[in-house]
Design a protein around this ligand. Sequence first.
Ligand code: IMP
Length: 198
Amino acid sequence: MKLVIATHNIGKIREIRNKFADIPGLELVPLSDFPDAPEVIENGKTFKENAHRKAREAARFTGLPAMADDSGLVVDALGGRPGVRSARYGQLSAADADRNRMILDELRDVPADRRTTRFVCVISIQFPDGGGYFAEGACEGIIAESMRGSHGFGYDPIFYLPDVKKTMAELTMEEKNRISHRAKALDAMRKILIKLGN
Ligand code: IMP
């Protein structure tokens, strides 16, 4: 089966290739093979809605099964924000560090036991003639008191993992890829793809 990977993020494409490398009969096709594919506006209310929309549009356009994901940070004390707005939280021009500072400010007076948070990733595979599959992964943590670490991207410097006593940005890429929300969702989707091939 050919499967279009509906993302332009090189890091994600590499991670997907790693996870799916040994699935028999699966050929991954980058969306860059279809330069005229339309950009999908991510204005859904849920991660699932956005992942579904991106996969469905890519499947319709390419005529092939397509896979897309949507992910973000859910902070309990902020009623689930930034959530689906994670990539655009705060000012349009804000950089990752500005967004992290904003969340630290918003949580300034919130005690440790109420700083619970999770990264969520939803992956969707959609077929050109309708129908599809979803897989979800989550990684639980605590919003740190300050930014720490220089690996990763986005909210990694404020995402503290109590078990390992490090922020996500203090983990190596290999360590992060073992526990991350995206890794878990990809593992679940991997099982679905293996079943589909049998
Ligand atoms: P998207 O799924 O590529 O649209 O990512 C949405 C946004 O969520 C990113 O721009 C980041 O701000 C945040 N995000 C998603 N996954 C991670 C992660 O693993 N670490 C840090 N931030 C993340």
